[in-house]
Design a binder for this molecule. Sequence first.
Ligand code: GLC
Length: 429
Amino acid sequence: SKLDYLQWLGVNAVWLSPCYPSPLKELGYDVSDYVNIEPRFGSLAAFDRLVNEAHQRDLHVILDWVGNHTSAQHRWFRDSRSSRSNPGRNWYLWRDPKPDGSAPNNWVSVFGGSVWQWDAATQQYYLHTFLDSQPDLNWREPGVRAAMFDSLKFWLDRGVDGFRLDAAPLFFKDPEFRDNPVNPDYKPGELPDGQLLPVHTRNQPGLHELFADLRAFVDRWPGGRVLLGEFYTPIEELVTFYGTRAPELHLPLNLTLTYSSWEPGVIGRIIAQYQGRVAGRGWPTTTLDTHDQERIVVRAGLTQARVAALLLLTQRGTPTIYYGDEVGMRGVDIPAMQAVDPQGRRTGRNRDPTRTPMQWSSDIYAGFSTVEPWLPVGADRGNANVASQSRDAGSLLTLYRRLLELREAGPVLREGLHEPLAAGPALVA
Ligand code: GLC
């Protein structure tokens, strides 16, 4: 029902966070069936209608493809854990304990604690990078590959325009499961896995080949389908995922700005470094916010939201907007103790504040829902909402819309050369 709004705003594609069947222990990033829609969100028929209506408005639909792990309730994992001799045992990463019974190595879960969960019934540990209810798939197992490629085919045949590869650099682990070294620069407050350097858990052998195969696979569908990837990696590593020997992802997302401090010196350096490294290799992307990070309004303040819009929408390449940023939504401070987000409850870094309902109007539930939503609605909904700002020529929403119009109007902003200028410490030019 909001597609007309997206078209009016001037966006070209929508990325949906996971909407597959899921016990929602990690808000959908725990998929229990890759080829269906979670009944709480709709149905396949509703999804088909969404794609069809989107396409009628020249909007592309991109799905989130969670390839690193499944839900523990997925049939694949239930089979895999049922016995050591089950044919699906090797679909996940099972290891024997060390002689003293302890976990196979020192790897730390993103959400804290060991990545290894003991399974008493079969007397082995399985690996989970995130929650223990999110076991990691074994991408060196041909059955996994075939089944996951089939899931892409299922959606591509339904007209989906592309996928965002969740946790993209993590799909493969060191085949020998060696310990990761301690990170001397870890600061308390960062996510727990940061205590170790991801030497044996990130960007492991097999990853580039898989990406190249995925690219060749999606390229078989007509109409130009796109692969995006979520990467928390240094820029010099990020740009390798465009592919060196063979084409890989169209858009390895540059997320550096989502967690960097909002200071001209820092931002200017990142942009210059990134645009310099991407040039000649691929098509750049710019992202200020995701569902995993604090909103720009929280990080930079409301008065900087206009500057942020200008920065985001004047970069060469493809910008991505996080819903609600266009009206300056602040979100809601929700204490970690009350978090819906399991990361919030376990690590104190609560992502609920960033994920509150989209503010369409100043109504009690912001026009998002007619019943109380599972996260609270922002107190700023009186002004930070679409209905009010769409009528206001001076609003942030109007600025977003005009900038998007300007990008559409000619190639300069999208494709022009990027040349950083020295403009003093207070400016990015
Ligand atoms: C990605 C998602 C994040 C999720 C994690 C585990 O980082 O963006 O929201 O918690 O993967 O699936």
